[in-house]
Each structure stands twice: as structure tokens, then as C-alpha cells.
Write a protein that binds this ligand. Structure first.
Ligand code: BGC
Length: 765
């Protein structure tokens, strides 16, 4: 396998410039702070292959749908996360010649993301026959303290001679999305202002009226003292900049510090955003690069304190997991319930940056365990706030209750492939499951009375209208669906969907019983608001009692869907290597007819409803389905790895873990160039904490069942659980648990109860 990055515990390092793989490095070197993010592009011009990308959270575009054959019910648009004003731009001219790393001769090049401190740095040496060597150092970060602020420090040191240097700091709004359906430009200019040392560019979207105001201000220093140069103003449509020209003296370092502030009308009235972005940039400028940076690093220290996983004895595994945690923390900070987690976060455009079931099924556990309750609660409230839209969506398809979209920005469905949009209805259950998971983890049952119950009822109503009663078999069935395994469409009775639908109805009934007992007044209020009747509840119970589940009797395994066993049964190991990945080598028709499974389907159910199935059942299903699974969704190996850990298949668990942990760093699926798999990164975290750590919550108790993969000497992780911060360290001999915050906590370790006040050390053997 080709190695792209040096193994390092805290850094992602590119040594030497790799023009042919530049997009891969750009994706992996992305930075974000929850409010905005960008790919690891260069500040100066680059004429080689590159995908320049800057994204602002929550700013999207409803790009007109493009399909071959329009079907009733399709959404009018596919939401695109918007590539916005490029604010990192600093062109460099040496002796009036533009630096372009695709053409300029360089002697050394290093691009590094420091994950501990949250910055990107490039160091390279330009060489030229005329003026000799110039050392360049460019460092930038997006503040996680002042999330509207970014700062860049760009330094040049002439080694051999004095040279004429021009810096051209600019803001460029002439930007388009690579994935635009009709090659349309989405932005128009609202306002621009440019002066010496500062400028502003305010753009708005052609639809939805998002306004984004970007301000810049900069200073120029020679060996840390202010220095003046001659300044030319650049003022063009959608583009503002300065050209500052000075003499770079031999052996002295000239530095341009560029400060940026980005505000949007999502947060302020649009009449205010220019003023506020100018104020924010002045504030950043007055603070200065170093002070902003120190605050930023302190805040990163705190984030790592709560969420780090330390692996001893395997640098690549350490780098892999930190890379995942770093990006999860960069993508979602949880302070705005209108935001969510796109599969590619701020690192690319594919998948539109929109919300998928990935959030509830994969991301929620990470935020539950590593951040305060409010953060994960906001992920749930996001869906609560979209309830009316989900009801409209169900109605549009002729169904009752709420059908949450497969892909959304604002609650409206914006995915347009019928087998996914109309059929992949299992996503609804993930939303109910997230409510259950949140309440079970945090113990905050009030959430049910406040918000959760309404969502549960409307989703239950959806299932009630979507099942059909087969009077011949006296069973309820769910026909015409796509399960999580997207390599099978329009199937009947997908085991996972039927199981989750029935579980969903059962949980809603349980919540009713709880509300009646603990929140009677609120329950009566909700009962009236939702027009709940006894008949309706009896219907739910009837569906629970008579749900149909396909089963393979001969081997005692849940059948993925009706007819799965009619397919020719071949194992992945017997396929020619050249056929994989199937989605790049086989026709869609062939994939659909085959028994090969894209991602955890039955196994997803065994993971979610873990307590309902014994180890033998899990083992039988794992043994049957894993050899048939091609893991062509990044979301797949982590779930299999967790179950493998649980059933004692330690080597297999580790092998599957490796597939998820370095997926992007090793470009495993050959698609890192499109952006990173942010949501599957949460799955990687789960495969350590839920898999190797064996963490579960049972009856309000935290349970751990850890083992250490053979390749590691020791690993440790942190979890926040109901106000307690716990550090769990595992080696082949001992489990060490420290209560870092909280008075005491009772846990189950290897099924035995312990109450921890300070530390607990247990010998494994
Ligand atoms: C997976 C879906 C997932 C989507 C976004 C697809 O490849 O099959 O389950 O929601 O990617 O990550």
C-alpha cells in the first residue's frame, strides 16, 4: 500500500511536494473550527492540480436537481455545501515574478498539520539562479476560541541576496463548486471595500439569500518590527487585495500577518454583518498572531484532555485515531442546533456537506462521551426542529407521521435517487434510537418530556402507515425498502428495518408509560397536542406482536431480507482481487443480483439492540455475514469490528479496526482526494471505546469489558459519563481506571461491580 504520510503521533506530515497527489494532501490537511473550514490549500498561487475549498457552516445552495428520469416525490434541489470566498490567498512575487509551486524551483518542501495545536504549516525553500535561496514559512489556524477568526503568518527569508518581494493578500469571491450540477456560479457580490492594509468582500447566494462578509487586515514586519512598503490597491469585481512591495534583506525575515474574520446573516442581521466582520478582524489584528494562537492552543489542550485516545507501541495506530478525533472536534462543536455533521465536514464537496443518518448512528456516541451533554443534545434538537418538515415529507409520499430525510440541510429531503430517497426509510429508526441512546447515556429523561416524545410518536405513526398487514400470514410486513446495505434495493422485509421499526414502536410505548408515571401533566398536554388515542396505541402493540422477521432456519441466522438466500452464495475471499471494489468494477445490475453486502445491515441491528441478542446469536450472524461483506461504505468495518470484539474474535476486530482507522491517511478507498470520511471517523472511535474497551450502558450503569490488541503495548481513552470524567487504561496485564472528575462512580468491569472514588487497578489474568 502506498504511504502518503510519515508516521508521527501528533502530526500529519508531507515531506517533499507531491503534485500528482496534491488533492489527497489537501483533504488530509484540512482545518476547521465548527464555524468554518478549509482544505489544506496553498496561500500563494498554484497552477497544478488542486481543489481550492473554503466552507462556512450552514451556508448551502439548493442546486437544481439533475436526474435522468424524474419521479414524483423527488426533491427540487440537491443541497450543496458552498465553496465560499477564498480568504487565505497571499500571492507572492519575487523580483516581479509570481511564485507558483507547480513551476517555481524548490529545494525542500514540508506541509504539516499539528493536531495537538490545531495549525497547518508549510516550510519550503525557493531556489533561483538570480536571487539564490529564499526560505518560506507559512502557518495558519482557524481559531477555536473566536470561531469567526482565522490568522496566517507568512514569512520569507532571503538567504543570499537582497530581493524585491511583493505580497498580495487578497479576498477572492469568484468561486464555484466543483460539484455544481449545471456549472452555475452560486454567489453574487453585495459589497466590497479595499484600503491600504484592510479590505472587505461581502457576497450573497443567488438563492436563499445567505450573506457572508469576509474582512481582512494585515501587518508587515521585518524581524518582528513594523516595516513599510509601497502599496497598490487591487479592486475588481468579487476580488479585493493589496500589493505591498518591499526589499527583503539578506538574512532578515519579512512576515505578513493576515487576519481574517467571517460573519454571516445566519448569526446577525444582514445590515450588520459587514460592520461586525470589520470589528472582529480589528479585534484579531489588535490581539496579534501570537496571542490568538496561544488562546487557540490552550483551547485545543482542553479538547484533547477530554477526548484523546493514547496508544502505546504503535505509532501509525496512534496517528490514525488522533487524526479521527482531531477532525471530529474540528467539524462539530455543538453550540448551534442548526448545524450538523456532513459526511465530508469542511474537507470537500461530495455528499453535499448535508446531514445523513450517519449523525445519529455513528457520530452521537463520540460527542456523548467526549463533550458536555448540551453538545450531543443539540444534535437531537436539530431533528426536533425539523419535525414539521419530516411530516411534510411523509405526506408528500402519501404516508402519515414523520419521515426524516436521507439527506438534508434544513429538514427538507434533498436526495434524489428513488431507492434511497423513498426506500432507505431505516434512517427514521436511527433518529429514534439516538433519543434512546442519549437518554440512556446521560440519564436525562426530561428530554423525552421536553422534545423526544413528539419525535418518537410521529416516527411511530410513519411506521404504522408504512407497514402492510398480510392477512394470509397474519403478519405485518415492510415492503419495497433499501436497508443499510445499499447493494440491494427494493427488497421486502429487510430484517434490520423491520426489527428497528418494531423496536421503535415498543420504545415509544415504554416512553408513554414513563411519562404517565413521571410527567403526567406534560403527558396529558402532549396526548392532546398529538391526538393520541388508545386505538392508536393498540395498533402499535399489534404491529409489535405480529411483525414479520425473515430467518434462515437451517443455520439459525437472521435473513437480511426476503429472498436473500435465493442469491448465489459466494464469499468475498473467493472473488478475484481485481473485481474489488465492486462498485468500481461491476455493473450495478450485477451488484444487485449478487449476495455481496456493502455495509453492516443485520450486524447494525445487533450492534444497536445489543442487549436483545446473546453472544451465540451474534457469533452465528457475524460468521455468516462478514465473509459476504465488501465494506464498500466507510461506515461498515467499525460496526463489524465492535461485534468481533464482543464475540472474542480479537484478531478480526483489530484487522477491521485498521481498515477504518487509517482509511483516509492510507487512501484505502482511493477517494481521500474528494474529502475525508468525517462520519466514519466517529465509527473508528467507537471501535476502540465500544469495541476494544467493550463500553456499554446497561440499567444506568457504565459497563466495560476491555481487551488489548496484540500489536499494542497499552491504550487509554477518556469518557465523560453523567458528570464524571473517567480515564481507562488497558495493557495486557492490567486495567487501570481513574476517576478524574466526580466524587464516585459505580461501574461494571468484566461483569463485576466496582465503586471508584479515585483509582481502580485490576489484574486481567
Ligand atoms: C452509505 C450510507 C451513508 C452515506 C453517507 C453511503 O455510502 O451507504 O449509509 O449514509 O454513504 O455517509
Amino acid at each position: 500500500m502506498k504511504k502518503y504520510f510519515h508516521a508521527d503521533e501528533w502530526s500529519i506530515i508531507e515531506e517533499g511536494l507531491h503534485p500528482e497527489d496534491n488533492r489527497i494532501y489537501e483533504s488530509a490537511m484540512s482545518l476547521g473550527n465548527g464555524h468554518m473550514g478549509m482544505r489544506g490549500n496553498f496561500e500563494e498561487s498554484y497552477s497544478g492540480d488542486s481543489h481550492q475549498g473554503t466552507y462556512i457552516a450552514g451556508v448551502y445552495y439548493p442546486d437544481k436537481t439533475r436526474v435522468g428520469w424524474w419521479k414524483n416525490g423527488y426533491p427540487e434541489y440537491f443541497a450543496k455545501v458552498l465553496n465560499a470566498t477564498n480568504f487565505i490567498g497571499i500571492d507572492i512575487m519575487i523580483d516581479d515574478e509570481k511564485i507558483d509551486l507547480a513551476k517555481t524551483k524548490i529545494k525542500y518542501f514540508k506541509r504539516v498539520v499539528n493536531m495537538k495545536k490545531g495549525y497547518l504549516e508549510r516550510i519550503f525553500t525557493i531556489i533561483d539562479d538570480k536571487y539564490g535561496e529564499l526560505i518560506v514559512n507559512a502557518k495558519r489556524f482557524l481559531s477555536i476560541v473566536d470561531t469567526e477568526v482565522a490568522a496566517i503568518s507568512y514569512s520569507i527569508t532571503p538567504v543570499n541576496h537582497d530581493v524585491k518581494i511583493s505580497f498580495i493578500p487578497y479576498l477572492d469571491g469568484n468561486i464555484s463548486n466543483e460539484d455544481s450540477n449545471y456549472s452555475e456560479k452560486f454567489w453574487t457580490e453585495v459589497d466590497r471595500a479595499i484600503n491600504e492594509y484592510k479590505g472587505n468582500l461581502t457576497m450573497k447566494t443567488k438563492k436563499l439569500d445567505f450573506h457572508v462578509s469576509t474582512s481582512m487586515k494585515y501587518s508587515v514586519l521585518e524581524d518582528n518590527n513594523s516595516i513599510n512598503g509601497t502599496i497598490d490597491i487591487i479592486d475588481q469585481e468579487k476580488f479585493v487585495g493589496n500589493k505591498i512591495t518591499l526589499t527583503g534583506k539578506k538574512g532578515r525575515t519579512v512576515t505578513l500577518n493576515k487576519y481574517i474574520a467571517v460573519t454571516t446573516n445566519r448569526d446577525y442581521d444582514k445590515s450588520e454583518i459587514i460592520k461586525i466582520s470589520n470589528e472582529r478582524v480589528t479585534y484579531a489584528y489588535n490581539k496579534g498572531f501570537e496571542e490568538l494562537f496561544i488562546e487557540h492552543v490552550d483551547a485545543w489542550d482542553k479538547r484533547w484532555e477530554a477526548s484523546d485516545i493514547v496508544i502505546e507501541g504503535d505509532t501509525e495506530a496512534q496517528q490514525g485515531i488522533r487524526f479521527n478525533i482531531f477532525h471530529l472536534n474540528q467539524t462539530y462543536t455543538g453550540d448551534d442546533p442548526r448545524l450538523n455533521i456532513g459526511p465530508k465536514g469542511f474537507t470537500g464537496e461530495k455528499y453535499g456537506g448535508s446531514t445523513y443518518w450517519d449523525t445519529e448512528a455513528y457520530c452521537l456516541p463520540f460527542y456523548l462521551s467526549t463533550a458536555n451533554e448540551d453538545i450531543s443534545k443539540n444534535l437531537l434538537i436539530y431533528r426536533y426542529n425539523h419535525l414539521e418538515k419530516a411530516k411534510e415529507n411523509a405526506k408528500k409520499l402519501g404516508l402519515n407521521g414523520a419521515l426524516y430525510p436521507m439527506v438534508t440541510m434544513n429538514g427538507e429531503e434533498c436526495h434524489n435517487e428513488w431507492e434511497i430517497t423513498f426506500e432507505e426509510i431505516h434512517r427514521n429508526a436511527a433518529i429514534s434510537y439516538a433519543i434512546y441512546n442519549f437518554v440512556r447515556y446521560t440519564g436525562d429523561s426530561n428530554y423525552l418530556a421536553e422534545y423526544g416524545f413528539e419525535v418518537l410518536v410521529e416516527i411511530s405513526r410513519f411506521w404504522t402507515s408504512r407497514v402492510n398487514y398480510n392477512s394470509y400470514k397474519d403478519k405485518y410486513m415492510i415492503l419495497g425498502v433499501t436497508g443499510p446495505n445499499e447493494y440491494d434495493n427494493n427488497v421486502n422485509n429487510n430484517w434490520y428495518t423491520n426489527t428497528m421499526a418494531s423496536w421503535n414502536l415498543e420504545y415509544t410505548l415504554e416512553v408513554i408509560a414513563y411519562l404517565k408515571k413521571e410527567h403526567m401533566l406534560r403527558y396529558t398536554e402532549l396526548e392532546n397536542k398529538l391526538n393520541l388515542t388508545e386505538d392508536e396505541l393498540s395498533k402499535w402493540q399489534d404491529i409489535i406482536n405480529k411483525m414479520y422477521y425473515p430467518y434462515i432456519e437451517s443455520i439459525n441466522v437472521f435473513e437480511q431480507q426476503d429472498g436473500y438466500m435465493d442469491k448465489e452464495q459466494i464469499l468475498v475471499k473467493d472473488l478475484p482481487k481485481a473485481d474489488l471494489p465492486l462498485n468500481q468494477n461491476w455493473s450495478w445490475d450485477r451488484i444487485l443480483r449478487s449476495c455481496f453486502i456493502k455495509q453492516a445491515d443485520v450486524l447494525q441491528g445487533l450492534y444497536f439492540l445489543n442487549d436483545m441478542y446473546d453472544l451465540e446469536t451474534k457469533k452465528r450472524n457475524f460468521d455468516f455475514y462478514e465473509p459476504r461483506t465488501v465494506h464498500e461504505s466507510s461506515l461498515s468495518p467499525c460496526v463489524y469490528s465492535i461485534i468481533a470484539s464482543e464475540i472474542g474474535y480479537e484478531d478480526k476486530a483489530y484487522e477491521l479496526y485498521l481498515r477504518t482507522a487509517r482509511l483516509d491517511l492510507d487512501n484505502y478507498n482511493n477517494d481521500t482526494e474528494d474529502g475525508l470520511h468525517i462520519t466514519s471517523m466517529a465509527g473508528t472511535w467507537m471501535s476502540i471505546v465500544h469495541g476494544f474497551g467493550g463500553m456499554r450502558i446497561k440499567d444506568n450503569t457504565l459497563c466495560l469489558n476491555p481487551f488489548i490488541p496484540k500489536a499494542w503495548d497499552e491504550f487509554s481513552f477518556k469518557i465523560l459519563f453523567r458528570g464524571n470524567l473517567l480515564k481507562v487504561k488497558v495493557s495486557s496485564e492490567k486495567v487501570f481506571i481513574k476517576l478524574e472528575k466526580g466524587d464516585y462512580l459505580s461501574i461494571l468491569l468484566y461483569d463485576k461491580k466496582y465503586t471508584i472514588c479515585d483509582e481502580l487497578i485490576i489484574d486481567i489474568n
